[in-house]
Design a binder for this molecule. Structure first.
Ligand SMILES: Nc1ncnc2c1ncn2[C@@H]1O[C@H](COP(=O)(O)OP(=O)(O)OP(=O)(O)O)[C@@H](O)[C@H]1O
Length: 313
């Protein structure tokens, strides 16, 4: 099997205690998953789930409490230098010295990574993010969208095989979001493994081949986007019947069939495999007539809500 781009094994992070009696926030609780090479991987989770903590661990900014992480096969504890060189991180916050030009920002970063002068590609990177005409403008004069693109170029100066983007499109308008998506897809086509965190399910659905979902520091999903969406293909139909029935009607094509009360049944089915009419015919063939129908379409949002719902609801 090909080695993972990022391998996360039993990673736990407990932040330092704020004082006596405070055990410290458990931000990551025994997380394990792999980011395969070559794809676009989505890391999803509600606010405070632990995504930034995980990214900061990858970036070497936060130390984990236990577990193991390797990036492109390099262990972040035993081979920190190579692990760091294998990853580029685009932070959520835009931070530049306003008096440097985009070209200088990239050259400084290349210097930081000790990229030899002959191997630097600041102009190519500026061109890739459509900022060639701003190469010599002060960073403070760039628009928000230009700054985000510059951050991506900055994360790529040492040509890492893995690029992590932390909420790249939070708060950006639709046009810019599309531009950023195109850039991310192009980098991926050129062979860069991409990891992105996002709150936008639509974004994850369109861009990512695999999705991991973290909630309250725990991994609650790690699967292909296709499989997650397959969960969203379920449709629920609730039928009010003209007489009480003892047990919910069953059928091989029903994914679930439960009594809501003695005269109401809720049936979950795959809308790609059957229609509401067929479901109703099956139920009626068991005896009762249908008085009323309510249907509910599930989508990725539902799957997300379902997975991130506090237990017991
Ligand atoms: N330095 C810290 N000290 C103590 N607790 C922290 C620290 N940083 C984060 N936390 C807590 O750890 C939990 C996870 O936070 P984290 O920032 O990783 O979440 P997130 O998924 O990135 O959220 P968001 O989407 O809002 O960025 C939160 O409860 C947060 O309050």
């Amino acid at each position: 099997m090909t080695q993972a781009a990022i391998s996360i094994r039993n990673v736990t992070k407990r932040y330092a205690s704020a004082g006596r009696g405070d055990p410290g926030k458990l931000a990551l609780d025994d997380i394990s998953f792999d980011v395969p090479q070559g794809g676009i991987f989505g890391l999803l989770g509600p606010n405070g789930a632990g995504k930034s903590t995980l990214i900061n661990i990858l970036a070497g900014l936060v130390g984990k409490s236990s577990g193991a992480v390797s990036i492109w096969g390099f262990d972040i504890d035993n081979d920190r230098r190579n692990a760091k060189r294998a990853i580029g991180i685009v932070p959520q916050e835009i931070v530049f010295d306003p008096f440097f030009t985009p070209y200088e920002v990239l050259e400084n970063q290349a210097g930081f990574y000790a990229v030899p002068k002959d191997d630097r590609r600041s102009h190519d990177l500026l061109s890739a993010v459509h900022l060639s005409d701003k190469a010599n403008a002060y960073a403070r004069t760039l628009s928000g969208g230009m700054k985000r693109r510059l951050l991506i170029a900055k994360a790529m100066v040492h040509s890492p095989p893995v690029l992590v983007l932390d909420e790249p499109t939070a708060g950006v308008d639709v046009d810019l979001r599309r531009q950023l998506w195109e850039l991310v897809m192009r980098l991926n086509e050129e062979g860069v493994t991409i990891v992105l965190t996002t709150h936008y399910l639509e974004e994850a659905e369109q861009l990512c081949e695999r999705i991991a979902i973290i909630n309250h520091g725990r991994l609650i999903a790690d699967t292909t986007t296709r499989d997650l969406i397959a969960m969203a293909r379920e449709k629920i139909i609730e039928l009010a019947l003209d007489r009480p029935i003892a047990t919910a009607p069953s059928h091989p094509a029903f994914q679930n069939s439960v009594m809501v009360d003695e005269r109401t049944v809720a049936i979950t089915y795959d809308k790609d495999r059957m229609t509401a009419g067929e479901v109703m015919n099956i139920v009626q063939s068991t005896g009762p007539a249908i008085l009323d129908v309510t249907t509910r379409e599930a989508d990725l949002e539902d799957v997300f809500v379902q997975l991130t719902r506090p237990t017991g609801q």
